[in-house]
Design a protein around this ligand. Structure first.
Ligand code: ZN
Length: 172
């Protein structure tokens, strides 16, 4: 991904910056709850439209003892240029409940090495829930969720339906 900033008005030199780093990172402080224990932790999730699905760092999984589910099919991780990532394939998922300001959602996250980041919410999640992002302050509001999601007090049935929708989007 390349970002280009506009030239500064009035400056004698045209200033154009190209970078692989995000210029504005948007983070959500979310609660992640283990399904079997009803035990939650708070983590910072990075919203990343350059990532596909939802990811949890393997060290966070180990540190907090999340229960791993083995994937039936491996997921290959590819770099931006299409080559296979040296980390290898994703082999496991974690199912959890995610909380954010009164919002709750059942989610499956793929486990991989995210470095210092604990959770990444990628374009599949961003496109389904279409959160309202204030690019100036970095504030995220769940105001545009689809009817099935609701983004408030949800019944288990509603959560299940949202999970199904997301699975259909993942399986291609
Ligand atoms: Zn939603």
């Amino acid at each position: 991904m390349k970002f280009v900033t506009a030239a500064k008005e009035g400056s004698s030199q045209r200033e154009v910056r190209r970078t692989f780093k995000m210029l504005r990172e948007v983070w959500m402080s979310i609660g992640v709850e283990k399904l079997d224990m009803h035990e939650g932790i708070t983590v910072k999730a990075l919203l990343d439209s350059g990532a596909t699905g939802m990811f949890m760092d393997k060290r966070m999984v180990a540190r907090h003892g999340f229960k791993l589910q083995k994937l039936e099919r491996l997921i290959m991780v590819r770099n931006v240029d299409g080559t296979n990532n040296s980390e290898g394939a994703i082999t496991h998922q974690v199912e959890c409940n995610v909380y954010y300001k009164g919002y709750v959602e059942r989610m499956r996250m793929d486990i991989c090495d995210l470095g210092k980041t604990e959770v990444i919410l990628g374009i599949l999640w961003l496109a389904v829930h279409n959160p309202e992002i204030n690019w100036e302050t970095g504030e995220v509001k769940m105001t545009r969720c689809p009817p099935l999601c609701g983004g408030g007090s949800q019944t288990k049935e509603k959560i299940k339906r949202v999970v199904t929708i997301e699975e259909e989007k993942i399986v291609r």
